[in-house]
Design a binder for this molecule. Structure first.
Ligand code: GLY
Length: 391
């Protein structure tokens, strides 16, 4: 299937080929009066103040970030807001998935209230997926909703979590189980911040890039197979192509199905398995989200083969791609996987948000570039498959 963008009536792509900091690539997420732009390019942190001031003149801002991002980039963002005459404060939280908790949400809301952030003001989510999800959720419930801007600093956040308005925190029952849809006003993807990203985090974000090829764009998957090293070397042209193609597909899918009643569910390829592993690993460094879904996507292809949905051997092609990128691909690659049992995994997978009236719903594949929502998995089939994979 060719890129869905050519079929989009809502998503408006402009300046697709420009890669300079002066003219960032612009993708519009078409959601009526809640539409917004994603800008991709170099030097966007320096321009953030000016862009935010013109979007919401006179607004006060609270920057929400984590200790790692703050140590590299907070001064640059603060300087940009200051030179645009924006009044702001910053809240710096611990880095890591454990920050997506009720405790940190409550702390952040108190900080926002003490900064007197009002309805016309802005929250700036400045970090990876954890900060984007937490700050976006806090913005969605503060004074029944204030606006926010996403400045994603990880590859994963730039290509996935900063776009589409999914916000929330984790529960001991599972990942992202408490949250709200709340669309940002603007997304600024500055390529320069990726230079300081931990290589393991970059690889984990790359799994989400590959996901877009696997679900709807075989041509993009092939392009990635030939250009993976250029993306990892942060070559501007290749990096912009990878991020732009990912964001354009995300924008298209979100425009078509904002609240995940249909096509948006496809973005969860590999996530039913992946969320199960993450829940068992406790959402820490033991297994990153991108690593969990890389394993999950290989399993989703293999499971699809077993169910007769797609030709045999495709999972090996998917696995080879992730392996070459240095990602884990098997349950056995998860530290201390020996603790897992089929019961434990199925128990966690049953908390998936796609469960419908107690039935598991999977995103499976008919081919590379052709994912489908599949509701006909019997629990015995899943157990049998997991038994084999845990052996
Ligand atoms: N990350 C999946 C979605 O935004 O729908």
């Amino acid at each position: 299937m060719s890129s869905p963008i050519s079929h989009s009536t809502e998503t408006n792509l402009k300046e697709q080929n420009s890669t300079t900091s002066e003219t960032p690539t612009l993708i519009n997420v078409g959601l009526g009066e809640r539409s917004y732009d994603i800008l991709i390019g170099g030097g966007l942190l320096d321009q953030a103040g000016e862009r935010i001031a013109s979007l919401r003149p006179q607004a006060k801002c609270t920057i929400v970030t984590d200790e790692t991002v703050a140590s590299f980039h907070l001064k640059t963002l603060e300087a940009s807001l200051t030179s645009a005459g924006i009044s702001f404060k910053a809240v710096v939280l611990p880095a890591g998935e454990a920050t997506k908790s009720f405790d940190k949400l409550s702390y952040l809301l108190d900080e926002l209230l003490s900064h007197e952030i009002e309805r016309g003001d802005l929250v700036i989510a400045f970090g990876g997926g954890v900060i984007g999800d937490l700050a976006g959720f806090a913005a969605s419930i503060l004074r029944r909703g204030v606006d926010f801007v996403q400045i994603p600093t990880s590859l994963l956040a730039q290509v996935d979590s900063s776009v589409g308005g999914k916000t929330g925190i984790n529960s001991s029952y599972g990942k992202n189980l408490i949250g709200a849809f709340h669309q940002p006003l603007l997304v600024l993807c500055d390529l320069d911040v990726l230079k300081t990203l931990d290589p393991r985090q970059f690889k984990a974000g790359y799994a989400e890039v590959v996901k877009y090829g696997l679900i709807k764009d075989a041509e993009f998957f092939n392009w990635l197979s030939n250009n993976r090293e250029r993306v990892f070397n942060l070559e501007t042209e290749a990096l912009v192509h990878a991020i732009q193609t990912s964001c354009a597909m995300k924008a298209y899918v979100v425009s078509a199905d904002e609240k995940e009643h249909g096509v948006r569910a496809l973005l969860n390829l590999g996530h039913t398995f992946g969320h199960g592993f993450e829940a068992l690993c406790g959402y820490g460094d033991r297994l990153l989200h991108g690593e969990a879904i890389a394993i999950g996507m290989v399993l989703a292809f293999e499971f699809s083969e077993g169910l007769g949905l797609c030709e045999k051997g495709l999972h090996e092609e998917v696995e080879a791609h992730f392996k070459a990128a240095g990602l884990p691909t098997r349950i056995q690659d998860i530290p201390a996987y020996e603790e897992f049992s089929v019961d434990m995994l199925v128990d966690k997978m049953r908390q998936d948000k796609k469960v419908e009236r107690g039935n598991l719903v999977f995103i499976l594949a008919k081919a590379i570039g052709d994912a489908v929502v599949y509701r006909d998995v019997r629990e015995e089939q899943l157990r049998e498959f997991l038994n084999l994979k845990l052996d």
